[in-house]
Design a binder for this molecule. Structure first.
Ligand SMILES: [Zn+2]
Length: 152
């Protein structure tokens, strides 16, 4: 795959439309217009997600988490082996437009900024206000084995 437009409408992911959209990612894409227009999300073999595009055999972009955290450094990754190992996540942007940051965190375990209203708690259950996922609180018993030095 080469530099194909991603058809992302930035206006749809403006955090003013809802706190499910990352303010950092929005700012990042406004700053890096080429990524806003051509950036796709990719997965490497270790499961790391990247935001960028392939141009003349080089990957131009950054780690998705870097963009989400507001660290705006975009670099060129020319290693052929790296570029060949990337798989595009074709449905990422439509998912992100629909459910926001839950597309990044479907397990609902990440602590995002500006996410104080993500969940509606009700006793031992909660509902995600961004995507509708319901969860229940599960209590697990753990055995902890600790090794310490003891005087003879
Ligand atoms: Zn959710």
């Amino acid at each position: 795959m080469n530099t194909l437009p991603n058809f992302l409408d930035l206006g749809l992911i403006n955090p003013k439309r809802g706190d499910k959209y990352s303010p950092n990612l929005f700012r990042f894409l406004k700053k890096h217009r080429s990524l806003a227009q051509y950036g796709w999300v990719w997965k490497d073999p270790e499961g790391m997600r990247w935001l960028g595009y392939i141009h003349d055999g080089d990957f131009i972009g950054c780690r998705l988490m870097s963009a989400l955290c507001g660290w705006g450094d975009v670099a060129c990754y020319p290693q052929v082996q790296f570029v060949a190992s990337l798989d595009v996540v074709k449905d990422f942007w439509p998912q992100y437009v629909a459910i926001g940051r839950c597309a990044i965190d479907p397990a609902h375990t990440e602590a995002f900024l500006s996410a104080e209203n993500r969940f509606a708690d009700r006793g031992d259950t909660r509902t995600c206000n961004w995507c509708g996922t319901q969860q229940y609180r599960q209590t697990k018993k753990r055995t902890v084995i600790e090794t310490v030095w003891v005087n003879l």
